[in-house]
Structures are given as structure tokens and as C-alpha cells.
Design a protein around this ligand. Structure first.
Ligand SMILES: C[S@@+](CC[C@H](N)C(=O)[O-])C[C@H]1O[C@@H](n2cnc3c(N)ncnc32)[C@H](O)[C@@H]1O
Length: 308
């Protein structure tokens, strides 16, 4: 999946330092700006680096294996919120590699997918084709949903990362676009940091930080002429009232061009309180926002539902 397009965007948005190492040159690539100041184009560059490398190291999986994975359990919970008799069209606007999108299609929903990462969109198209499905996947930032898909065309928009908006501008533009793209009475189903009630962002960040390893080193994988190792380092990072868990997905890549490190630093903000998000959604035109707890095989999953 690495392609010239990603390379160009990557070079434009990332600092490059060349370090001498005994084995040759190591190119260290990183984002210049603080995560809370990124716009959707810059966020796209971060996700492209992530998905480009995740594509190279992915495990091939059958639909049954996907159904038995985290994505399958997630969709089992999600469909409990959908009424198959009433729901006609669903947009998965955080489609990534398209696993949840495929599972929704397999359950009979009329579903399309989109993502800000062109690398992820290409990968989702390829993976669904191999599974024998046909799904319309489009490159689309949340703020462009109504332009790309049209106004008033979805019964449901699903977003599993709305609270990963890095700043208020991004959240507000996304909320407005989702509102326009939904049919009257349509719903936005989204996942948030603090759901249904306000929580202290620092406490939430600490809980999130301790819920997974602080550091992990995996690989090597050898694919398409590249050898890759992945180091993930997670930290609590803040600037003013902007608080997030920042996960530095660091890929050490050895290929015919030499050795380099590519870093996708992905922020999972915890500063979005329930009051703040529900107010912004109401200002964007949504009539109501509520939280729903859905029992699953692996405990309760919480979703937020905002109705147009
Ligand atoms: C947490 S990942 C989830 C991916 C997928 N749903 C899954 O379960 O594997 C969030 C996805 O949202 C996409 N994304 C993040 N910010 C976005 C934005 N502003 N507009 C569109 N897509 C965005 C990312 O590229 C990424 O694929």
C-alpha cells in the first residue's frame, strides 16, 4: 500500500532528521505540530502513516475470524441499536480497513463507508473485494460528509471516533456535516470519552493510560520486500485544557531504501465532557443526545445517540 501520494503528504507534514547509525542512515519522521492544533488534512497524514504500515503487518483474516474478533463483538452490540425493518441506509464514517462496515453489510444493512485516510479507503476496497462483497468506500473527512455523500441521505451515521476530534473546530464542522447528511429523524451513533455524564478529563486519561501497556514492541514482520517492527509508546499529554492519551505508533522499516522510523502519533482526547459534546451537537441542529448501554458477550458497551 505505500504509494507516492502518501510519501508526498508525509514529507510535507513531517519533520525529517537524519541520524548516523552504524548500520547506515536512519530517517526519523514525525509531525511538527501539537496534536491539538492539527486540522483534518494533517490528521489524514498521521492516519495514512499508521494505516500504510498496519496494512503491511496485518494478519489475513476470513469473515468468520473477523466476526469472532473485537470488531464482531462491537457490531453485535451496534446492531442492537438498529431496527432492520426501519433502517435503510447506514454510513460508517470511520471505516478504517472496513471490518465493521463489512459486518454490517453481512447482517443485511445497506451500508457505505468513508475515512479521512486514503490508504485505509484503498485497503478497505481491496479487503471487501477479496471477501466477495461490494461496498462503496470513499475518501472523506467528517466535515465533508454532506458534500461527498449528499444532504439528507442516511438513516444512520456511525462514528466510532468522534471524541478523537482534536479540537473544537473539527468537532463542530463534523457535527454540522453529519446533521446535513442525515435524513430528518436520522441518528448519529457515536463513541465518546465521557459518555452520558461528565468525568474529570485527567482521571479519565489516567484510567485510559493504565488500561493498556505503556510500551510494546512487536515484530519483525517481513512483507513486500520490507522488514518492519512496531513500537507503541503511550503517554498522557496535555496543552492547556487539551488532554489526551498520545500513542506513538513507531515503525522501524528496513527496505531497499535503507532504514527509517515512521511515527504516527495518534491522540485519544479525554477533554470532551458530556456537557460540552451534547451542547455542540445541539448547536449543530440535533434535537437530542442520549447514552445507551448495550450488553455484549464481553460486558457492557456504551454508545451515544444523537437524533436529528
Ligand atoms: C479508531 S479508528 C477505527 C477504525 C475502524 N472503525 C476500526 O474499528 O478498525 C478511527 C478511524 O477514523 C478515521 N478518522 C479519524 N479522524 C477522522 C476525520 N476527521 N474524518 C474522517 N475520518 C477520520 C481514521 O482514519 C481511522 O480510520
Amino acid at each position: 500500500m505505500p504509494n507516492d501520494e502518501v510519501g508526498k503528504v508525509f514529507q510535507k507534514n513531517h519533520g525529517m532528521s537524519h541520524l548516523d547509525a552504524n548500520t547506515g542512515t536512519i530517517t526519523l519522521a514525525f509531525m511538527h505540530k501539537h496534536w491539538s492544533e492539527l486540522d483534518e488534512e494533517e490528521l489524514k497524514a498521521v492516519w495514512d502513516v499508521h494505516w500504510k504500515n498496519e496494512w503491511l503487518i496485518r494478519k489475513e483474516r476470513t469473515l468468520d475470524q473477523i466476526q469472532n474478533s473485537y470488531a464482531g463483538r462491537y457490531v453485535d452490540a451496534l446492531v442492537q441499536l438498529l431496527n432492520p425493518a426501519r433502517i435503510e441506509t447506514v454510513l460508517d464514517c470511520t471505516s478504517g480497513f472496513g471490518f465493521k462496515t463489512m459486518l454490517l453489510l453481512a447482517r443485511g444493512y445497506s451500508v457505505v463507508g468513508s475515512d479521512v485516510s486514503g490508504v485505509a479507503v484503498d485497503a478497505a476496497r481491496e479487503l471487501t473485494r477479496r471477501m466477495g462483497f461490494s461496498i462503496d468506500f470513499r475518501l472523506c473527512a467528517w466535515s465533508k460528509c454532506a458534500e461527498v455523500w449528499g444532504a439528507g441521505c442516511f438513516d444512520v451515521i456511525f462514528n466510532d471516533a468522534l471524541s478523537w476530534s482534536t479540537n473544537e473546530r473539527m468537532f463542530v464542522d463534523a457535527a454540522r456535516a453529519f446533521h446535513t447528511a442525515l435524513k430528518p429523524g436520522g441518528i448519529l451513533i457515536w463513541a465518546g470519552a465521557a459518555q452520558g455524564k461528565d468525568a474529570d478529563p485527567i482521571q479519565l486519561a489516567e484510567q485510559t493510560l493504565h488500561s493498556s501497556p505503556r510500551i510494546s514492541l512487536e515484530g519483525p514482520w517481513t512483507r513486500d520486500g520490507s522488514t518492519i517492527r512496531r513500537l507503541i509508546f503511550r503517554e498522557l499529554n496535555s496543552k492547556g485544557d487539551k488532554i489526551a492519551i498520545l500513542s506513538h505508533h513507531t515503525y522501524l522499516i528496513i527496505d531497499e531504501a535503507g532504514e527509517r522510523l515512521e511515527v504516527a502519533s495518534i491522540a485519544e482526547p479525554t477533554f470532551w465532557t458530556w456537557s460540552k459534546t451534547s451542547t455542540l451537537l445541539s448547536e449543530a441542529g440535533f434535537n437530542s443526545s442520549a447514552t445507551v448501554e448495550v450488553p455484549t458477550r464481553a460486558g457492557t458497551r456504551i454508545f451515544n445517540i444523537s437524533r436529528k
